[in-house]
Design a protein around this ligand. Sequence first.
Ligand SMILES: [Zn+2]
Ligand SMILES: [Zn+2]
Length: 344
Amino acid sequence: MRAITFQAPGQVQVEDRPEPELESADAAIVRIEASGVCGADLHIYHGRVKIEPGFTLGHEFVGTVTAAGEEVTRVKAGDRVLGCFHTACGTCFFCLRGAYHECDAKRTFGHGANMGALQGTQAEQALVPAANLTLRPVPQSISDEVALFAGDVMGTGYHAINDGQVKPGDSVAVLGLGPVGLCAVQAAIAAGAGPVVAIDTVEDRLDMARQFGAVPVHLTEQSPRDAVKEATAGRGVDVAVDAVGHPDALELGIRLARKAGTVVAIGVYAERCEVHMGLVWIKGLAVKAGPANVIGHVDRILAMLEAGTLDPTPLVSRHMSLDDAVEAYAVYDRREALKIVLTP
Ligand SMILES: [Zn+2]
Ligand SMILES: [Zn+2]
């Protein structure tokens, strides 16, 4: 089967790979019908997150189950399913407390040996371990490209808002309007937040945030601090979300949050970085960080997608073939698309 593999920083290719086989009774094989290219893939593409050459990339997928082990009860062969971007065991200390994203046996698709040695989903087929937790049937009214968001990007945007304990009437600032940031804007609006201040430098992304109901603020042509002050009677926002994964965004989030507010760092961090702890301390901020608990959120996300409360359709800006992998990664790297959906 064909698959997109990592070769070296800045280099991916379409390769012929062996077809996956059921390796355990809790696993399923999925024929991939749509897969996303994601900011997390770019961290690998840039060499910031290290994986082995030849490893299959990708972790967002929708497809049809072609085979399932005997312990798999929630989906069966022939079902259209969406996958979460990682697996969880369901029985460890963390899973029993609902923290599936910190499962001791977590395996992330397409992230190399360090993160569970689970081949990625930018391929014609994928092996899905722990299928009862990792897969969900897709409700009939939801398209493949919308369902694709439930197992990662929308789950991650929602996680930031959920982790920030955003309540109706809360003010929110979202820093970085990539797909996750824009989904966080939607989730904040859906949670009843207002004002929601959306900060980026790309006009199209600011426009989209405005359409979702946010107050767009250009990072460099405007003053985010003034805009937030103006929107919050000088206090700062209740919750600031760093959807970039860069110390500058985190620092700005710390400055934009009100006293006794919350900062959520949902963007990816893979290295040591400096935080102005004096500001965090004197303002009495709660800082939350980490990967999203998409398995914990996925059923709620699907319900909101089905109801139309959340709708990531405007974020899908390119459809490409698996064979166009090199071009797809280059386009995404140049920020020319918000979300690329690959089909085999
Ligand atoms: Zn992703
Ligand atoms: Zn677990």
